[in-house]
Write a protein that binds this ligand. Sequence first.
Ligand code: NAP
Length: 453
Amino acid sequence: MKRAAIIGAGPSGFYAAEQLLKAEFEVDLYEALPTPFGLVRFGVAPDHPKIKSVTRIYEKTAQHPAFRFFGGVRFGEHVSRAELLERYHAVVYAYGTMTDNRLGIPGEDRPGSHSATEFVAWYNGHPDHAEHRFDLDAERAVVVGNGNVALDVARMLVLASDELAPTDTADHALEALGAACVTDVVLLGRRGPAEAAFTNPELRELGELARADLLVDPAQLDGAAEPDDTTRRRNVEILRDYAQRTPTGRSHRIQLRFLRSPLEVLGDGEHGRVTGLRVAINRLVTGADGRMRAEPTGEEEIIDCGLVLRSIGYRGVPVAGVPFDERRGLIRNEGGRVCDDDGPCRGEYAVGWIKRGPSGVIGTNKKCSADTVGRLLEDADGGRLGDPMAPDAAAVLEWLGARVPGLVTWEGWQAIDAHERSLGEPAGRPRVKLVRTEQLIQVGRAVSEAMYV
Ligand code: NAP
């Protein structure tokens, strides 16, 4: 039987597992954290529980007898690329894009200026971000970027405590957001309304918030293009509708401002807290590739604010010697086959955001993984997979058990899951997340150890 290791237990990793199991591979799914589901647990906004219910599909995959989960195993630290290639016919990288893009402007690292990735990970209880502190005592926040993550962040800043209370928002964030002074959020786009990367349901949802008025200056819609793309055309229609609304005097406001690029995060003294954002006012020009580009008009303005969250996309980081395309911030690959200067690397594949970049919704990863697995199976048929020296499932478990102190198996995760759900139940919450790695390992370990000690 052929054996595959998948590195990263987010959506693309689970879809790859599902497809490989169908092709009768044995699948070991490795994850750096003690918990599975990647961005479904740590990215999807807590007020979107329906989106999170996709985990039921992954749970079904995990029931397959040829599937194993190894949580708490850091690729490149606990196990190396060479060690995996010695043990598996195929290694599939599904570890996503772990960092964020930077604006590259003065003042970006001032206190009060953060990346949305950190903020999202913090309110979702990611163990690496549990200690983070955000200055939520400012009245105005600016969120830079016009994608769905920017919408999530803006919404989370204005949801009321009683709206967040029934969610799985991390307890530390519930407390901090409940005490927050932010009443105004400015969403800043460097291009125009027709170029925003929002999807329609998410943009509509922004106009239905209980305690925030949505403000769009009608003048910003003047001359907006009528894009061919259906999503973008509908976005413009939704924004035109918003621009006609009269504010109803709600306690909070979200304002969408287009054609503005950050130039400098302003603050008290050289390293002091954020006091504002200096922005260039842009106009749109058609680039050589036919795409609309933002070009500065030479005019500037200052937006007073005490918090800046940049939400301008994620970026992959090189891991454990896997060939990496620095320019794109992705694993070097051709259609999912990992490549180096000599061509395809035998037995190595990539799926999800680390293969194609941080775009699309969760379901996009299903096709992405299927495409890669299709090529993997072609290679299997053609005798082009890896040739492992020790493809022994029992030996892998022993090896990991001895090497990884906090190894959490699927049964261990189920214990964590049950524990979190039982904590949430009395308050009518889906779960109360454990946010410290030691706590997660403690709950998951006793059950996990029974599997390998
Ligand atoms: P995104 O959709 O790629 O949006 C990134 C935004 O940042 C764009 O508006 C981009 O503007 C802007 N940007 C990039 N560089 C900039 C710069 N230097 N200065 C100013 N603005 C800049 O990324 P995302 O919001 O991180 O979302 C990632 C993916 O996850 C997307 O596919 C998204 O749909 C998905 N997602 C889905 C949901 C959902 O379905 N509910 C929720 C969250 C995320 P330009 O267009 O001008 O480059």
